[in-house]
Write a protein that binds this ligand. Structure first.
Ligand SMILES: *[C@@H]1O[C@H](CO)[C@@H](O)[C@H](O)[C@H]1NC(C)=O
Ligand SMILES: *[C@@H]1O[C@H](CO)[C@@H](O)[C@H](O)[C@H]1NC(C)=O
Ligand SMILES: *[C@@H]1O[C@H](CO)[C@@H](O)[C@H](O)[C@H]1NC(C)=O
Ligand SMILES: *[C@@H]1O[C@H](CO)[C@@H](O)[C@H](O)[C@H]1NC(C)=O
Length: 299
């Protein structure tokens, strides 16, 4: 009996199909990407265990309605090498629950209409005034495969170039340097979006919703306590919110009017995790908890 069970499990894994049918709708197979195996609470959507070449790479809470993610969660890795020129991918299992759960590169030809209905496709972004903003950035990963796996449109939101190539990129680089230097073991990162309170813009006839802000938070429970003064407030946990619209009001993130014109209005405001959660609560009208016990749980 138990041998037979393990045989089934082995067959399931070598065949590259999860025993739980599809990697959509449940975070159970990819809880390792969350601190204490505890996905953020308060947001609802479709969980995706992001799988590439038969391995789980990170986790995404996807909004089918918005055709874009609420957040992606991943383990930070010290990067090596350059950003890959990876092909963009989609998730067949969002259209076909029986699919094996691996992401797949967009084919050169026409796309299956069920896929087009179920998620964002490249055409949604082409000729829009938004770039493809990674939530889980390829910069925070080591191997070529891990980096390539971030190039799925389910990990992407419409992000203005002024943010993507400006303050938001600087945030990603700063987090990279900080974690590489002082985080001794796992660093859990969650990066998500804040929707507009009303009148949100969409790409292509209401297909893909544009976020008003992006946010990011990390939890590094085991860090080097000999921190320089300027990093003392940044461990074990830290967060930030970035603007994606120069026309947004300045209550959440003020604008630096002296910034270079192309980046003006795309500021990123670093803040404690508690403050991020306060802004999330305001906008989502419910308590949002990013990390188990705000990353202070002992051990
Ligand atoms: C994008 O815009 C260019 C210039 O207007 C046009 O030639 C091209 O066909 C458009 N591409 C798509 C996919 O709509
Ligand atoms: C990320 O951090 C590593 C380790 O400090 C460093 O070698 C690398 O240059 C950094 N990458 C970027 C793009 O900042
Ligand atoms: C902690 O940081 C200090 C100062 O940067 C450094 O000298 C020390 O080697 C680090 N310890 C570990 C365990 O990385
Ligand atoms: C900001 O508002 C102005 C005036 O209403 C508008 O012309 C412009 O397109 C808006 N900018 C963005 C990035 O939405």
């Amino acid at each position: 009996m138990s041998h037979f069970f393990f045989y089934l499990l082995a067959v399931a894994f070598t065949a590259g199909c999860c025993p739980c049918a599809a990697d959509v709708g449940d975070f159970t197979p990819c809880l390792l990407f969350f601190y204490r195996s505890w996905p953020p609470k308060g947001l609802t959507g479709t969980p995706i265990c992001q799988r590439y070449h038969n391995q789980y790479r990170f986790a995404t809470l996807y909004s089918r309605y918005r055709r874009s993610p609420w957040f992606s969660a991943y383990l930070y890795e010290v990067p090596e090498g350059k950003r890959p020129s990876a092909s963009w991918k989609f998730e067949p299992q969002l259209a076909y629950p029986g699919a094996d759960g691996n992401m797949v590169s967009f084919p050169p030809g026409p796309l299956d209409q069920n896929v087009v209905e179920s998620q964002a496709v490249e055409l949604d972004y082409i000729n829009s005034t938004y770039s493809r903003g990674h939530l889980n950035p390829s910069l925070h990963h080591q191997t070529h495969e891990c980096r390539s796996s971030t190039f799925t449109l389910t990990n992407v939101v419409p992000q203005k170039a002024g943010s993507n190539d400006g303050p938001w990129e600087i945030l990603e680089q700063t987090v990279n340097k900080t974690l590489a230097a002082y985080c001794l073991t796992e660093a859990y990162v969650v990066t998500g979006i804040i929707p507009y309170a009303s009148a949100e813009p969409w790409l292509r006839n209401h297909r893909v919703a544009v976020p008003e802000y992006m946010w990011s938070a990390y939890c590094c429970p085991n860090y080097n306590h000999s921190l320089p003064e300027e990093l003392k407030q940044k461990f074990p946990t830290f967060a930030a919110i970035g603007r994606n619209d120069p026309n947004s009001t300045e209550e959440i993130v003020p604008i630096d009017k002296t910034a270079k014109k192309q980046f003006r209005g795309y500021d990123v405001r670093p803040m404690p995790l508690e403050m991020l959660e306060m802004y999330l609560k305001d906008r989502f009208n419910t308590v949002v908890s990013v990390f188990y016990e705000q990353c202070t749980g002992s051990g």
